[in-house]
Design a protein around this ligand. Sequence first.
Ligand code: FUB
Length: 330
Amino acid sequence: MKGMIIIKKNTPLVTHIYTADPSAHVFDGKIYIYPSHDLDHECEDNDNGDQYTMEDYHVLCMDDVDSECIDCGEVLHQDEVPWVSQQMWAPDCAYKNGKYYLYFPARDKDGIFRLGVATSDTPGGKFTPEPDYIKGSFSIDPAVLVDDDGQGYIYFGGLWGGQLEKWQTGEYVENPAVPAGEQKALGPRVAKLTDDMLQFKEEPKEIVILDENGEPIKAGDEDRRYFEGPWMHKYNGKYYLSYSTGTKCTIVYATSDSPEGPFTFGGKILEPVIGWTTHHSIVEVNGKWYLFYHDSSYSRGVSGMRCVKYTELTYNEDGTIQTINPYANE
Ligand code: FUB
């Protein structure tokens, strides 16, 4: 199945389906994009995220950034995953051991978000799910880095509908106290993956994000505190953790010498887009860097009906990233 022809940055990559949360990678010399698949629906928006009613995944593929974007078709449906009840949200894909691993969050039969994994011999799927979720997993938005030494790291976590607040004690608590104001903000979680990439090798750890004075970012600092949608990439030997600030609708980043942090806040990557959520990935293609992101422009602002796009990302000489306004030239 084919999507529309793409030759312009900052336009929807496909328009035959609604797509969001694009995780882009170069595999086998092509760009593969692993998005969420938003359904055409009439759900009311709420802070629990019920308007994001996704059931399956499609994989998108481009030969290059200016090429036609192909929809490889449905690669996994919730009916194929025994533990899932609903809401297959933002996925990511990683390559190791000659296999492709699709990581995805979804609610289990008790309504609790967990992380699952499905495997394939090819980047365009289909993917075969493991029968159960990753043991000890929780919350949403998995992103995986396979480091240069072959160690896989999984980053995850999202506030509000993503349930991260409910796991502060390590156990699920339905109505927890939520950090606010001057209290330390909750951080995303990281865990090393087992060599077969199918389980956590260790208990997930909370990532600390520091401000310019070496102090942990506070919960009330909504311009900088972590909300959801982590992404990890390396540039010139440094680890860049980028994420959504949620309520401020921006994408920001922090850097570290270690994949597990602590990270120091670096700045803003993306100004707010049309729609409430903002979610992204960063990938190098033929020596240039690109930001894949989504907005709700194609549905004229409907939160749960989004479209994935890309734009070029520029580093300054000192390794800081220039802020992007995707509508600057409109
Ligand atoms: O797509 C559903 C949720 O919206 C994702 O998990 C979040 O990152 C936000 O984009």
